[in-house]
Design a protein. Structure first.
Length: 384
């Protein structure tokens, strides 16, 4: 099969790291499924894989003794057709049209067998990032539990771009009681024009909340507004990044805070005086101080990534004195993926597909995401 392949000696920007190679179609185990990929979607973890930072995933998989391969095929979103099934597979059959959810785990793990949430299994892996056989190829192999029915109302390209970001957001917004989106709740959404952001805007509105999208360009403001969000352009402010050393001393603490207050004031102006009950975090280093500061009393900052860096600083006084919560979140479990997929099947949430490119153009499309120039979601046409 043809695949966009990553090797350690090519790590770097996506246009440098990914090269089309001919690779043997993978064999499957008893609980695995071989899927003919019709279309694939792009996610930020493929950038991490391409750059080899923060971790060299080929090396990590070798050190874990989970792989002896010297390459990996990234890609954590796709739609396709079941081509072959393992001897123990019962939930799909050859010819089924499926969407792949990226929650890989060992079904023989005692924790899972006892009914534990697979998200917390020691075997849980992000498919296409922590496994070798992702979606950027003509065929991919997945665990049986990763196969979700393809909504019949979607094209192959639309079906390839919504699951990873959508299921991630679904868990972040609706599974951390009591901080679930309720009517009238303001939700601050970083990167509102991206995959996570476009899903979050729709789900906040679906629940009766008020989405406030933060973006970095005027055209992205218009894009998010078209989806129903209030918008803020982060370029209007200059306090981003980790808190500077010594910035919380009596004679310095107002330097950063006075700038951050302008951002919070803008949120209140847009919402009629309300602050975010939930802040949907994923940039990390550049935004975490502001996220905790802007969050309302007794609110929650929920984070799933660190796309701008991993040094997350904040003024801890706003955490304990105002009883705020910081919650980590990582993808979703099988049930949550199906719950979210039902929302898509029912037309309550729609994939925001803004571009479709060829298999050969995949590295360039990922480069656009790497440079933070993307809007919505890009699909890669592979199977036809």
């Amino acid at each position: 099969m043809h695949a966009q392949v990553l090797r350690q000696n090519r790590y770097g920007a996506p246009t440098k790291a990914m090269v089309i190679e001919e690779i043997k179609v993978p064999d499957i185990g008893p609980d695995e499924v071989l899927v003919g990929v019709m279309a694939a979607g792009l996610n930020y973890n493929s950038i991490w894989a391409s750059t080899g930072f923060p971790m060299d995933m080929i090396q990590v998989m070798q050190l874990r003794k989970e792989s002896t391969l010297d390459f990996m095929i990234a890609g954590s979103d796709c739609s396709g057709i079941v081509y072959k099934i393992g001897s123990n597979v019962t939930n799909v059959k050859v010819g089924d049209e499926v969407v792949i959810q990226a929650g890989w785990f060992d079904s023989d793990d005692p924790w899972v067998k006892k009914g534990g949430d697979p998200v917390f299994s020691v075997t849980a892996r992000a498919w296409g990032y922590e496994t070798n056989w992702g979606s950027f190829a003509q065929f991919c192999k997945v665990k049986e539990a990763q196969c979700v029915p393809k909504p019949k109302n979607l094209s192959w390209e639309e079906a390839a771009v919504y699951m990873l970001s959508g299921a991630t957001v679904y868990r972040m917004l609706f599974k951390y009681d009591p901080h679930v989106v309720k009517p009238g709740d303001v939700v601050l959404i970083w990167g509102g024009a991206g995959g996570l952001g476009t899903m979050a805007i729709q789900m906040v509105k679906m629940a009766g909340g008020v989405p406030v999208a933060v973006v970095n360009a005027a055209d992205k403001e218009a894009f998010c507004a078209s989806l129903g969000a209030l918008t803020i352009n982060r370029n209007d402010y200059d306090h981003w990044g980790p808190l500077p050393p010594g910035s919380l001393q009596p004679d310095t603490q107002e330097l950063w805070r006075s700038k951050a207050k302008k951002f919070v004031k803008r949120i209140a102006e847009l919402t009629g005086g309300k602050l975010p009950r939930i802040v949907l975090e994923h940039p990390g280093e550049s935004t975490m101080p502001t996220s905790l500061f802007a969050c309302d009393r007794d609110g929650m900052v929920v984070t799933c990534a660190g796309t701008t860096g991993y040094l997350a600083t904040f003024d801890v006084r706003y955490l304990w004195l105002q009883r705020k919560r910081i919650q980590g979140s990582h993808f979703a479990n099988v049930d949550e993926c199906h719950e979210f997929n039902n929302l898509v099947m029912d037309g309550k949430v729609k994939p925001v597909l803004t571009e479709t490119v060829s298999f050969e153009q995949l590295p360039g499309a990922l480069q656009v995401m790497y440079e933070n120039r993307h809007k919505g979601n890009t699909a890669i046409r592979i199977g036809y």
